[in-house]
Design a protein around this ligand. Structure first.
Ligand code: GDP
Length: 358
């Protein structure tokens, strides 16, 4: 992180080397740099598919500095009319299932078709523990070098909700920068799949073949969310088991009620490492987009998602305002003590605190 800041600073016109010799001056210069950001120019560059500008805008979106928030909002508003034109794909699966290998092969396939691909990640571990399940290893090296691909490591934040909001805004920026396909990756931890599902058009679940226990140990809700399940690592001695798993999943999926999209979820096998079955997955997704565009579900789902995010954002802001209010902070401690000593009930205390806030 420090390294990249320094590089950016050195590239900034009018900054002498002596000015970047200590941390304080770096901070000051960074402030100056952000204060000087011309949002109009940045938007124009984003619309001209300038990746450096896109990265800068995303950094503003991810910033915790309230001054950056205003700029970020201005940029997003200006980008909004140019967004909405991509296919948004969510990809999930347990660590080791082959997500990065898959996204690399899949991404390369898409760029070979002339598409521009952005890869984002929601990594709940990074927001809770500051460690990362998705981000730390060297990933997708070939895709990183592809000029038609853009890979952005997951944003960190205090809560999944916060990270999710930043990712939603990043999608808008990537779409304005002309990316045709946006891939959002996540691991099956906590609520992260539900979060990703609420911001994508198509949800792909990667699975491994097991020894006849494919349907065990899997959260029912995830199967319900999936528009396709791909059994990865269908190669070598694993091929037979993968095909068997495909049959089992297909049978199980038929037991679920039909989706509002009228789309029957597909089950397929693939080998990310050998690049087999990857083209078929893109065909499935294209078929989905065509079908749901025709029956108007595609746009209806996006509208639903927008409504959901409006309500989510309001809830988050209200909570933040409430819990950051110094009066509430102090009273909350007192009320907790009273509850501990059986002097009040949680409901009476909540009522009291909520009224204090108005
Ligand atoms: P992630 O944790 O889900 O991102 O999984 P990775 O992409 O890092 O893959 C985990 C391991 O599985 C790595 O050693 C990959 O080389 C391997 N792997 C991924 N895809 C395949 C595949 O299609 N076939 C085989 N045999 N191995 C794979």
């Amino acid at each position: 992180m420090a390294k990249s800041k320094k590089t950016a600073l050195q590239k900034t016109d009018g900054v002498s080397i002596s000015e970047i010799t200590n941390k304080d001056s770096i901070k000051k210069l960074n402030k100056k740099r952000h204060a000087n950001i011309n949002t109009d120019a940045l938007v124009t560059s984003i619309l001209n598919k300038d990746i450096a500008a896109l990265s800068r805008a995303i950094t503003l979106v991810e910033s915790k500095n309230p001054k950056h928030l205003n700029k970020a909002n201005t940029i997003i508003e200006a980008c909004l009319p140019h967004a909405n034109k991509s296919v948004r794909i969510g990809i999930t699966g347990v660590p080791g299932v082959g997500k990065s290998t898959f996204i690399e092969t899949f991404g390369k396939h898409l760029t070979s078709l002339g598409k521009r691909v952005a890869v984002l990640a929601i990594d709940p571990s990074s927001s809770v523990t500051k460690g990362s399940i998705l981000g730390d290893k060297t990933r997708m090296e070939a895709l990183v070098r592809d000029k038609n691909a853009y890979i952005r490591p997951s944003a960190s934040g205090d809560s999944l909700g916060g990270v999710a909001r930043k990712t939603r805004e990043t999608i808008t920026l990537c779409e304005a920068a002309g990316f045709d396909v946006i891939i959002i990756e996540t691991v099956g931890v906590g609520q992260s799949e539900t979060t990703v599902h609420s911001m994508v058009d198509f949800f792909l679940l990667l699975k491994l073949a097991g020894a006849g226990d494919e349907l065990q140990g899997i959260k029912r809700g995830i199967i319900e969310m999936a528009d396709a399940i791909a059994i990865n690592k269908a190669d070598g001695t694993n091929l037979k088991a993968a095909k068997l798993a495909k049959t089992e999943f297909a049978r199980a999926l038929h037991l679920y009620p039909k989706k509002a999209s009228n789309w029957q979820p597909k089950v397929t096998v693939c080998s990310a490492i050998e690049n087999r079955g990857i083209d078929n997955i893109w065909n499935i997704i294209s078929d989905y987009v065509e079908t749901t565009t025709k029956n108007n579900y595609f746009i209806a789902k996006r509208n639903e998602q927008n409504k959901y995010w409006l309500i989510q954002t309001i809830e988050q802001q209200l909570k933040a305002v409430f819990f950051n209010n110094p009066k509430i902070k102090a009273e909350l401690q007192k009320q907790l003590k009273l509850i501990e000593n059986n002097k009040t009930t949680p409901f009476v205390a909540a009522d009291y605190l909520l009224k204090l806030n108005t």
